[in-house]
Design a binder for this molecule. Structure first.
Ligand SMILES: Cc1cc2nc3c(=O)[nH]c(=O)nc-3n(C[C@H](O)[C@H](O)[C@H](O)COP(=O)(O)OP(=O)(O)OC[C@H]3O[C@@H](n4cnc5c(N)ncnc54)[C@H](O)[C@@H]3O)c2cc1C
Length: 381
């Protein structure tokens, strides 16, 4: 069914508001569409200072050791559960607060450091990497970027120490790629609190999190349209009356270990102190936070690709057919070169997105989206 001109106009207006209402300076990828190649935005290739590199290398080594000794990826996949000992261990070596400020107990890493740790986890156990991504890269990140001082002081220390876990709930039946189509409603009550009604699905950590960032539609009347609504972000905790876990662990084809859940909110009262960011600015909260999640997701895919490359090279050298290692055949070499080239591109794109964040770039929404599509598709290929 084709969209009406009015629907098309509305979608265009929403997209323009999201994509072009913010910074004056276009990001590198967006500028390409206007015929500009702003190389100054991407060169020189990002690198860490020697002092930072030493600290990051130590964290990478510690994470690799922990993963090798304590994370049984096959068992996590088989049992469809990440044991509490793994979560506690990750908290113990600082992974759950790697990019959070030290004042809250975090490690204070920049994104270029954090992605290197996420690369290790992605190469070892994709479920564990996705769990950390949901908890830290998008869960904790919402609070870091948009939380008030009070909200940060109240929630961050427990989230960083792993005492509490975080989740980020945007997706629902009518809002997947079309993130702006959230139907969960938040109605203001007389005392200033909000009453939430709606359902969320495909939410990582939904059933195990104690702090959830939830997107809901709130009234935003205009002179032209008294029924206008916008999205607002709320901090929700499972003990709120009306919070229901409909399904704690939805079955999946892969990354079985993560708890991907469905939630329902029925007349759930959320105090006004739990509004995250400004009322009506929730979509910006969501899209900004997702930039961070996509960057560390790219890192995890890069880690997995590196492991695949190592395994492919090892096998090709050891496996003999027609009295010679298959690594000597032209087409096998071509396949390995393909994996190596694409793994390199995944790593470079990840580091570039992390550097955009660290340099405080105005706009990198398209770059992180490109990274996520590219990295996940290359890994699948
Ligand atoms: C393992 C897992 C964990 C997740 N964790 C979270 C989480 O923690 N929090 C959360 O909020 N969400 C989470 N999600 C949801 C995820 O963000 C959505 O799945 C995603 O936004 C896509 O939505 P959808 O699945 O409804 O697909 P749809 O939006 O229905 O898309 C279906 C297909 O249509 C294509 N398509 C859609 N629109 C267009 C278009 N305009 N042009 C061309 N093609 C289009 C898509 O590319 C896709 O191939 C998770 C999903 C998975 C699988």
């Amino acid at each position: 069914m084709a969209l009406t001109p009015a629907q098309l106009q509305k979608q265009k207006k929403e997209a323009e508001e999201l994509l072009f209402s913010g910074p004056e300076t276009l990001g590198f990828a967006k500028a390409l569409f206007f015929g500009h190649c702003n190389t100054s935005l991407i060169f020189p290739y990002p690198s860490l200072s020697p002092e930072t590199k030493t600290i990051v290398d130590q964290a990478v080594a510690k994470t690799r050791k922990f993963a090798n000794e304590r994370i049984d990826a096959a068992a996590i996949d088989r049992d469809a559960d990440i044991p509490r000992s793994v979560i506690d261990g990750l908290a113990g070596i600082g992974v759950l607060g790697m990019a959070a400020p030290t004042e809250f107990g975090g490690q204070g890493f920049n994104q270029q450091g954090y992605v290197q740790v996420m690369e290790v986890l992605g190469g070892h156990c994709s479920s564990t990497a996705v769990f950390v991504n949901a908890h830290h890269s998008i869960g904790i990140r919402s609070l870091l970027l948009f939380g008030t001082k009070e909200q940060q002081a109240k929630w961050l220390p427990d989230l960083i120490s792993g005492k509490k876990l975080a989740a980020f709930a945007l997706t629902e039946k009518e809002a997947g790629s079309d993130a702006g189509n959230v139907q969960t409603r938040a109605t203001p009550a007389e005392d200033g609190s909000w009453i939430l009604n709606g359902e969320k699905r495909y939410i990582t950590n939904a059933a195990i999190a104690q702090v959830l960032t939830v997107m809901a539609r709130t009234p935003a009347p205009t002179p032209d349209n008294p029924n206008e609504t916008k999205i607002t972000a709320f901090l929700v905790t499972p003990e709120m009356a009306g919070f229901e876990i409909v399904e704690g662990r939805m079955p999946k084809c892969g990354i079985q270990g993560t708890a991907t859940g469905r939630l329902r909110f029925t007349n759930m009262r959320v105090p006004k102190e739990n509004v995250l960011g400004k009322v009506g600015r929730g979509l910006q909260v969501a899209l900004t936070v997702l930039n961070f999640g996509r960057t560390t997701f790219g890192a995890s895919c890069t880690g997995a690709a590196k492991v695949c490359l190592q395994a492919a090279v090892k096998h090709a050298k050891e496996r003999k057919q027609f009295q010679q290692p298959i690594a000597e055949f032209e087409l096998v070499k071509k396949k390995i070169a393909f994996i190596a080239a694409h793994t390199f591109a995944m790593e470079a794109a990840t580091m570039q997105c992390a550097a955009f964040i660290d340099r405080g770039a105005d706009d990198y929404m398209l770059e992180t989206a490109i990274l996520k599509v590219f990295a996940t598709r290359e890994l699948r290929a």
